[in-house]
Design a protein around this ligand. Sequence first.
Ligand SMILES: *Cc1c(COP(=O)(O)O)cnc(C)c1O
Length: 380
Amino acid sequence: MYLLENNVDQSKVLRTTTPNESVLNVTKSYLPNKKKYQAYIDRIFDSHSLTNRGPLSQELEQRLAEYLGVKHLLLVSNGTMALHVAYRLLGLRGEVITSPFSFAATSSSLVWEKLKPIYTDICSKSFNLNPRNIVSSITERTSAIVPVHVFGNACAVDDISQIAKEHGLKVIYDAAHAFNVRGPSKSLFEYGDISTLSLHATKMFHTVEGGALVFNDADLYEQAKALINFGIDSTGTIAPLGINAKMSEFHAAMGLCVLDDIDIITEQRKKLVTQYRINFGGRLQLQLRNSDFTDNYAYLPVVFPNVVIRQAVELALGAESINPRRYFSPSLNEVYAPYQSMPNSQSLSERVLCLPLYPGLSKRDVLRVTNIIHRTLDRF
Ligand SMILES: *Cc1c(COP(=O)(O)O)cnc(C)c1O
């Protein structure tokens, strides 16, 4: 729309692209105060530093590390690239055990890196990998485990650490959903060798496009800094392996603005999730949260008793311009390993819907959604 603005009648563009007020999508990207963003853009124009780990990226890295309570955090261009970089840094090969219940990027990144995703089934209550299933999937070709803290629900991290230690495996957590989830003594991001984050516009904290890696090991962090800059380190030495995965200053500027508001964003999400739970009154299955870790209220998945009811609910909501999303469907084994069957993940994928949840949604909106769901359930 912006590219076309010289050729197109702007009023028409606006009329056709401004969403109807009553449309409720699963999410709505958070936008901070425009003047504040403008002030950062002015700084970029003054400094003429547009990218290459400029002052704003470094400021965002520092502020994020401090906010999240982690030591080594590196910003990258997106969450998928964070996964690619993590696999390369840790030298993965052969088979990697991962969750079938995730966004495509968790597995597509493995396949792109010529690694073989080995799925093990999830727990149908937590939606996360079941540690017992992980153990039975380990072979002599296994090099790592890539669990997902799905919808921000912390995995069984202590069990996974134990398994990894016993079998000499690396652990990379796809923590794309787990922004600011904390355990009793530390950030969830400090478990495993590396945690990767997505800072995409649809995530609760975002930089439009963006991602991050969190390391426990300082050396790995230094290597990663060079790896994402074509393999060129601070002395100018070029390593044989490198890629361009840098974040630009314009993206970092958005992150700095959104980070100022993150506590308000979280608080609003919490209120809405609480409202949903009250309105449902225990009538629907919700995700069983790992109570050792905090909730970040990033998503609101609900599980229906069967496919027919899920379809009916989707239809009823759609008729009122309410657009939940089937996160995640299909179960990834159906795409990347069709010979494998994952009953829990496949069953969940057929029955789950993520409902609208974002700052700016009102309690009345939540009531609208839950009333339609109740009315639909009454028919069965
Ligand atoms: C969003 C997401 C990604 C990919 O992140 P991008 O920043 O969009 O590349 C990876 N894994 C999961 C689980 C995600 O939800």
